[in-house]
Design a protein around this ligand. Structure first.
Ligand SMILES: NC(=O)c1ccc[n+]([C@@H]2O[C@H](COP(=O)([O-])OP(=O)(O)OC[C@H]3O[C@@H](n4cnc5c(N)ncnc54)[C@H](O)[C@@H]3O)[C@@H](O)[C@H]2O)c1
Length: 257
């Protein structure tokens, strides 16, 4: 922790960061916000057009990477090391988002969900921790889970809920195992958020389930991606220096309603 003045602890001045899913929605809002609060950010996404556009708008570097592919993940961290010399913050935002009818879902759909969302998050964490472990300053990892990891939200999402529960389990395990190296690992659990991905998902299968019940979200609306990005920034920043192994729910009160 270099500067502990009251407002600077909420920023990322001088830090280097990797953000996955940076081409759309919450990942794009997070990567953009990180640049605005002083970080050097490597934008990462599987979609070349989306990630180049998002990164270029912030005059930042980007890498096209499928986070479920081990070689591509290792190459991404090699690039970050070459660009920044180290990695202080990792925001794991990318995930597979397609819904599938629970009773007719092919096993291949289950497998790709877990390949991207759990295996991909694991690979990114593993490579980040290798670097952070060798830095005196440690590091901060923020995984994006979902309120549905432990509280059902919509139907036809069994594979997604399972994968996100895995993300939270990895978050707790890594928080405990790597705390001695000064590495904090937390997650956010977003509720419904108006991203490009969420809109596509809604049009694939009719949205039904507890979260869609009228009046179920006390704040009366779903979130904007920037509201999730701000929670990720908080956990990534020195303002959260004594928080690790935590799942921060950002759901407009849905979970307690
Ligand atoms: N939007 C919501 O309502 C909501 C709710 C709870 C949790 N979340 C979580 O928030 C995160 C972001 O969601 P979003 O709604 O902004 O999604 P989005 O679909 O708008 O963006 C996701 C991005 O991830 C990228 N991506 C997908 N597969 C990838 C892969 N294999 N490798 C690298 N990049 C890949 C996509 O190209 C896309 O740019 C996800 O983890 C999602 O599960 C979203």
């Amino acid at each position: 922790m270099s500067d502990l003045s009251p407002l600077s602890v909420f920023g990322l001045a001088g830090k280097s960061a990797i953000v996955t899913g940076a081409g759309s929605g919450i990942g794009k809002a997070t990567a953009t916000l990180f640049t605005q609060v002083g970080a050097r950010v490597l934008f990462v996404d599987i979609d070349p057009d989306a990630v180049s556009e998002a990164a270029e708008a912030c005059q930042s570097p980007y890498t096209v990477c499928d986070i479920s592919d081990e070689a591509q993940v290792i190459a991404t961290f090699d690039r970050a090391k070459a660009l920044f010399g180290g990695v202080d913050v990792l925001a794991n935002v990318a995930a597979y988002r397609r819904k599938a009818d629970t009773m007719t879902m092919p096993a291949s759909e289950w497998d790709i969900m877990h390949a991207v969302t759990t295996r991909g998050t694991f690979l990114m964490m593993r490579e980040a921790i290798k670097i952070m472990r060798d830095q005196d300053s440690g590091g901060a990892i923020v995984n994006v889970s979902s309120v549905s990891a432990d509280h059902p939200t919509i139907f036809n999402n069994t594979h997604y809920d399972s994968a996100k529960a895995g993300v939270d389990a990895m978050t707790r395990a890594a928080a405990v195992e790597f705390a001695e190296h000064g590495i904090r690992v937390n997650s956010i659990q977003p509720g419904g958020t108006a991203s490009g991905g969420a809109k596509r998902m809604g049009s694939e299968i009719q949205m039904r389930g507890p979260m869609t019940a009228p009046g179920r979200i006390p704040l009366g609306r779903i979130s904007d991606p920037i509201e999730q990005a701000r929670a990720i920034l908080f956990l990534a920043s020195d303002a959260a220096s004594y928080i690790t192994g935590h799942h921060l729910t950002v759901d407009g009160g849905y979970r307690v309603s």
